[in-house]
Design a protein around this ligand. Sequence first.
Ligand SMILES: C[S@@+](CC[C@H](N)C(=O)[O-])C[C@H]1O[C@@H](n2cnc3c(N)ncnc32)[C@H](O)[C@@H]1O
Length: 218
Amino acid sequence: MGYLLSETLETFLRRQIEVSDPLLQALETEAADKHIAIINREVGQLLSLLMQLKTPRRVLEIGTAIGYSTLWMAGYTKWWGGKIITIERHPERHRRAVQVFKEAGVDHLVQPLLGDASEIIPELTGSFDFIFVDAAKGQYLNWYPYLKQLLAPGGVLVTDNVLYRGLVLPNSQFPRRKKTMVARLRQYLKEIQQPPFTSVILPLGDGVAVSFLQEESQ
Ligand SMILES: C[S@@+](CC[C@H](N)C(=O)[O-])C[C@H]1O[C@@H](n2cnc3c(N)ncnc32)[C@H](O)[C@@H]1O
């Protein structure tokens, strides 16, 4: 359970979301068994809702893990043929995600890339209508200029774990070794809450920011 909402409320919200896909269910169990952090169902539902509202043709995901969040998105992008590029630096997780995409029948739509996003992102070309960031929090600020560049005007950027267990809140107490990470996340939050972005931070999971890149004329 998270720390942002009361347990009662979080349980209630989670019970509203039915996951009927057996593969998604199996990945939830697998992630729990292997201690792999994945989005919770509320964030999955948010992604699927945004997919349906935005119908993105090109999606970028940073942080594939074993493909759980990718599947939440691909389950919808397959309706209109939207393509997803997803990046993971952990070879075993990447290999598992490749299998998962085959098993789900979305391997023609999902391009899983193995490597460090810090090296891959600067090499990406073309623009994306939707970007989901769920990887090393300490890197978000470094990636920000590239993400802004890669996102098409009118595009949506979703960033997970932006509240960092509440450590980004003013006057929060944290060990010295976390100081840089907290400062960088706070700065990232500042960046996405000013033009050309309009953002909202939702208290789901560890905090999810949904940002809209304004069209130039706005
Ligand atoms: C929270 S998990 C992603 C979970 C996945 N989005 C899901 O919900 O199913 C974060 C993943 O990002 C990967 N990661 C962290 N930093 C990365 C980087 N610099 N480049 C590529 N992958 C990275 C980690 O190996 C980890 O598997």
